[in-house]
Every structure is written in C-alpha cells, then in structure tokens.
Design a protein around this ligand. Sequence first.
Ligand code: SAM
Length: 264
Amino acid sequence: MTLPHYALGATDVEHQRLLSLASHEEDRVIDACRRAGVGEGARVVDFGCGPLGALAALSRVVGPSGSVTGVDASPAALAKARLLSPSVQLVQADVNDVALPPCDLAYSRLMLLHQQDPLRTLRNMHRALKPGGVLIAHEPSDLPMHAPASEPPVPAMTRIWELVIGAAQARGATTDFGLRGRSYLTAAGFTVESTRAYVVHYPPEVGYDIPRVALQSLRPTLLEHSLATEAAIAALDAEAEAAKGREGVQWVSSPLMVEWVGRK
Ligand SMILES: C[S@@+](CC[C@H](N)C(=O)[O-])C[C@H]1O[C@@H](n2cnc3c(N)ncnc32)[C@H](O)[C@@H]1O
C-alpha cells in the first residue's frame, strides 16, 4: 500500500530514527493512559504505529489480559513491528478506513499531522471506539518557533523542522492537528477531556540525529518540490552532524508536542 501524502518513507535508517524516538516516549504514553483511566485488560489500538510506536508501552499498560493492535499502511514498518512486538496484533491498512472490533483506546503519535484530512482520520478513530472510549493523540505543533531545539542552539534544527512540515504540506498533508486539536476533536464528536504540552529531552547524540535523519528521509520530496537544493541539504546535514560532537551541550529536545485526550 503506498501513501502518496506521507513524505518520510520507510527506509531502515528512518525506522531506526522512529525506534529511538519511540523508546524515549514510553513514559508519556503510560502516564497519559493512567490519567485517562486506561489500564489492565483494555483493548487498545495504535493508529499509524510504525515499527514500534506506542506498542511496547501500551502492552505494559494493558497487561496479559488486554489486547494491543497496531495499524499501519507500510509493510516494512509492520515487518519490524512484528519482530519487536510479537504478541501484538498488526493490521496493514489505511487508518482512514480500517474497520476493527470496538476498542477502549484509540492512540496516535506523529500520525495525524501527515494526513490530508485529519478530521476524516479522527472520525474513523471515533468509529473504532466503544461508547465511553478514549482517544489520546500526541502530535506536534507545526510552527517553526516550536521546532526541536537545544542549548546551545543549532539553527539547522529550526530549518529542518520547517522542511519536515513543508514536505508534508507539499504532499497534501494538513499539519495543524497539534495546535488545532480542540476543533478537530469537537467536530469528530469527542468531548475534550484534557490537553497539555510537553517536549521530550534526548541524549545529545540521539537528539541531533533525529532531525538529521528526517532530513535524509525527506530528500526526494524536498528535491521534487524544490523546497531545498542538494547543497542546502548537505549544509544542514553537516551542521547537525557537527552538533553531535560538541562539548557542553545541555539538552536537545523534540518539537513542542501537544497531548489531546477526548472521550466518545
Ligand atoms: C512519523 S511515523 C510515526 C510512527 C509511530 N506512531 C511513532 O510515534 O513512532 C508515521 C507512521 O504513520 C504511518 N501512516 C501515515 N499515514 C497513514 C495512513 N493514512 N494509514 C496508515 N498508516 C499511515 C506511516 O506509515 C508511519 O509508519
């Protein structure tokens, strides 16, 4: 199944990037589930799970009496997920029209910003839930001022984030879910239960590599849509690579992430 609107692709190096990102987000998933009342025995679905996503964290939340399903359109992502999370049920499908048995939690991270019509996607997640079921979405702000950052600052991080968002938009994605989640949730029929914002801090070598690899994953889209030249991509890559070797780095962060919790 091809996803014409998805700019990041499914290479090994891109999947490695998603694995390091996901392994630093587990506490967020577990904490959000606890606050939303999702626990042992629940039936949960990770929409757009990628190679790991929240599958491991959700398996810990629901325990052996619960069930975890991961949905993704990418066969390569699902092949990796099968190795990493053998007890999880995996479904190759488009999150916009997949039909599953009713669940207690519909989860997404870094998926809604890649959809052409996030409201359509959210409506399908709403359909997948039992009455009283909960949606948890962890999605980024698409503004340059909320780009991944570090101390000391590395300007390439902001520019790469602009290119991540620009490439998604050039492929037809509507990237504003993180900031406009309340409007989307309300229109899809959810009651907004809570919202909060956070950034994830990574070890410097991981934190500078996450945007650097994203830049490489986007290369074909950036060139096709004239969003950046080869020379500009090489310069940004070199700047992020050099940052990894710096002394005295205090912290390196993700973009601003917004958590939306909605009840059906
Ligand atoms: C940026 S990755 C995030 C993966 C995972 N949620 C995580 O946080 O690590 C987005 C994933 O969503 C999948 N995806 C995007 N649009 C999709 C769609 N319409 N249907 C199914 N999968 C989709 C991609 O294949 C990719 O694996």
